[in-house]
Design a protein around this ligand. Structure first.
Ligand code: C5P
Length: 249
């Protein structure tokens, strides 16, 4: 098989609108700043991620409802992690809020509890944060023999068994996830650094937008490379153009 054919076999074939494959992280301190960014991005972005920073403001759920009313999709990246019954109760509260995706951490019993209550919400299991490398795993007490890739794979298997719709993993592990688990899980990849001027920041397992999709990601999550760009709209449009090109066949 030619390298091109091998790559195209990994390319996501899920029926996802092309312009929804880019999820923009609204990591800003206030809902009004989020609204301003959404206005600026206009129809270049259809899918937004609302995370912990905005959760700690008064307007998280109002903003979520506004985005849904505008026809946007919302990924609630709240990374629930608690005893199974509390996680189940939290998912029950969350499922009628209009979000499409929700992240949950933890072991199989926690993920099972979340999936029991998910309704139409898609549950994404967090595998290993994209800001983590081997040293961070050691810091958490994992033995030296455990690699990031093995841990991502093992957690993704658990997520699948628990009934999750997908996982969060860096594009670096997407290839292996596709090889070992096929296409059943949605793979959502943050840690995307699309442009030449790769930022020096906390993300360690990074890839470009194109690389992540060629490795098998269904969606990419992009925060700072868009938010901090001289023109966020141009940055988003550039990524959408890459997506349109990658998925053109
Ligand atoms: O700014 P940047 O593009 O690094 O933003 C990535 C977003 O994805 C952040 O909102 C971060 O919380 C989130 N995320 C991540 N790694 C995960 C899960 C979520 O970077 N495993």
């Amino acid at each position: 098989m030619t390298p091109q054919a091998a790559a195209s076999r990994r390319l996501s074939e899920k029926p996802i609108a092309r312009n929804e494959r880019l999820i923009v992280a609204l990591d800003v301190p206030t809902p009004d700043q989020a609204r301003a960014l959404v206005r600026e991005l206009g129809d270049s972005v259809q899918f937004y991620k609302l995370g912990l920073e905005l959760l700690l403001t008064d307007g998280y759920f109002r903003l979520l409802a506004e985005l849904v009313a505008q026809g946007k999709k919302v990924f609630a990246d709240l990374k629930f992690f608690d005893v199974p019954e509390t996680v189940a109760a939290a998912v029950r509260q969350m499922r009628s809020r209009g979000a499409s995706f929700l992240t949950v951490h933890g072991n199989q019993r926690i993920l099972e509890a979340a999936c029991r209550e998910k309704g139409d919400l898609k549950i994404l299991g967090v595998t290993v944060l994209t800001s983590f490398d081997r040293e961070d795993l050691e810091d958490l007490g994992f033995p030296a023999a455990v690699s990031v890739e093995e841990l991502v794979l093992s957690r993704a298997k658990r997520a699948l068994e628990a009934g999750c719709d997908g996982v969060i993993s860096s594009g670096l592990e997407a290839k292996r996830l596709r090889e070992e688990l096929g296409t059943r899980l949605l793979v959502v990849s943050p840690g995307i650094r699309p442009f030449e001027n790769r930022l020096a920041d906390d993300q360690k397992r990074v890839m470009t937008d194109r690389e992540a999709f060629l490795a098998g990601a269904d969606y990419i999550v992009v925060g700072r490379p868009i938010r901090n760009a001289p023109s966020p709209r141009e940055a988003a449009e550039r990524i959408q153009a890459t997506i349109a090109e990658v998925f053109s066949n």
